[in-house]
Design a protein around this ligand. Structure first.
Ligand SMILES: *Cc1c(COP(=O)(O)O)cnc(C)c1O
Length: 393
């Protein structure tokens, strides 16, 4: 079956199918590190690229290819590279597109370690960086220099839920011949497709919504055109951050239910955001689906839903936030997000503790900010849980 003209949920169900001699409906796990050649000539042909086929699992594996094809299909890309983690995806991309003297422009309030790997590791090799409030495109324009090698935005950003205009960023980047990459982890391929809005590369931590079961770490880069894919692939294969076939199989299994999970979690999140916004102990709620979100209209334009990630400020700051987290029983106090279960965490003391306090506050990550990844539980139980926990605040 060709999926070319099929709708999204049909792609979710069938993309990345592997044809095998036994008619296996579930893709086989090719749990092998290497592939035998029938002759020395065949080995020669595989290595020289004259013949398609597998050589060695770091270089390629049918199970990993199945996952890459599935996610590329959902994001509307020409191909994808699966990686050992989300961080392996972003750092491989940085390695491919940056170098000594080159500069990267990024969203200031992005996933902490993505910013950290640039500031602490790539800087040691002469890479320059500017992290700016990308909700205002003028901040990106001002940061562009002849040495800019990549614009990397995260939208909605973690954990402020700030939204950046993908299309405007793509237009600006292309005026200057700079590739635009978008970390689409928070929306998943179900609710936002940056390539269709002009981006060149989409990155996901598949640890989150794509796998969705809180049991695998993985990442992926999806490309709009072949030259950037090939350039990045060369770096990935030699740096070695590729994904293992068993890991790929698990992620592909998780992916098959993404539509149902994202839909249910989003329905819950809409109700919870309204509940929290009307709660007297809550200062503010940041959720793209609320009209109070400063970029609610942009969210409606570039996203096909509001997702299930939100942040909110409990009145009373740090102490109050911690109290809330210590008293929930249905929600689990843990970092990570996008799984079937509700997770709650406190960025200032957890995920973003590595940032300096000034940079953190500058990026809108206040001391009392709580991040909630809403899961697929019954929403009444989730609201009761928050109600009880807020009584202790
Ligand atoms: C988790 C996450 C990452 C990093 O992915 P890992 O799989 O943990 O390496 C990057 N960006 C965002 C937005 C994330 O949530």
């Amino acid at each position: 079956m060709s999926l070319k003209n099929k709708k999204r949920d049909t792609k979710v169900t069938h993309a990345g199918h592997v044809k095998d001699p036994f008619g296996s409906v579930s893709p086989p796990i090719y749990q092998t590190s290497t592939f035998a050649f029938e002759s020395a000539d065949q080995g020669d042909a595989r290595f020289s690229g004259k013949e398609d086929g597998y050589i060695y699992t770091r270089i390629g594996n049918p199970t990993t290819d199945a996952l890459q094809n599935a996610v590329a299909s959902l994001e509307g890309g020409i191909g994808a590279l699966a990686t050992a983690s989300g961080m392996a995806a972003s750092s491989t991309l940085f390695m491919a597109l940056l170098g000594s003297g080159k500069q990267i422009i990024g969203t200031d309030a992005m996933y902490g370690p993505t910013r950290g790997v640039v500031e602490n590791e790539f800087s040691r090799f002469g890479v320059k960086y500017d992290f700016v409030d990308s909700t205002d495109i003028e901040n990106i324009r001002k940061a562009i220099r002849p040495e800019t090698g990549l614009i990397f935005i995260e939208t909605p950003a973690n954990p402020t839920i700030n939204i950046t205009d993908i299309q405007a960023c793509a237009d600006l980047a292309h005026e200057h011949n700079i590739p635009l990459a978008v970390d689409n982890t928070f929306m998943s391929p179900m609710l936002q497709n940056p390539l269709a809005l002009g981006a060149d590369i989409v990155m996901h931590s598949m640890t989150k919504f794509i796998n969705g079961h809180t049991d695998v770490v993985g990442g992926i880069l999806v490309f709009k055109e072949s030259a950037l894919l090939q350039k990045t692939k060369k770096v990935l294969l030699s740096m070695g951050g590729t994904m293992d076939p068993h890991q790929a199989w698990l992620v592909l299994r998780g992916l098959r239910t993404i539509s149902l999970r994202v839909e249910k979690a989003q329905q819950n999140a809409v109700k919870i955001s309204e509940y929290l916004e009307n709660h007297q102990k809550i200062e503010w709620v940041r959720y793209p689906g609320l009209t109070s979100h400063p970029q609610h209209n942009l969210a409606k334009q570039q996203m096909s839903g509001s997702g299930s990630m939100m942040s909110f400020e409990v009145k009373g700051g740090l102490g109050a936030g911690k109290k809330l987290m210590d008293n929930v029983t249905v929600a689990t106090l843990a970092v990570s997000l996008g799984g079937y279960e509700t997770l709650i965490q406190h960025p200032a003391s957890m995920t973003h503790a590595g940032m300096s306090q000034d940079a953190r506050l500058d990026s809108g990550i206040t001391n009392g900010l709580v991040r909630l990844s809403v899961g697929c539980e019954d929403v009444e139980d989730l609201i009761d849980d928050l109600e009880n926990a807020l009584k202790s605040v």
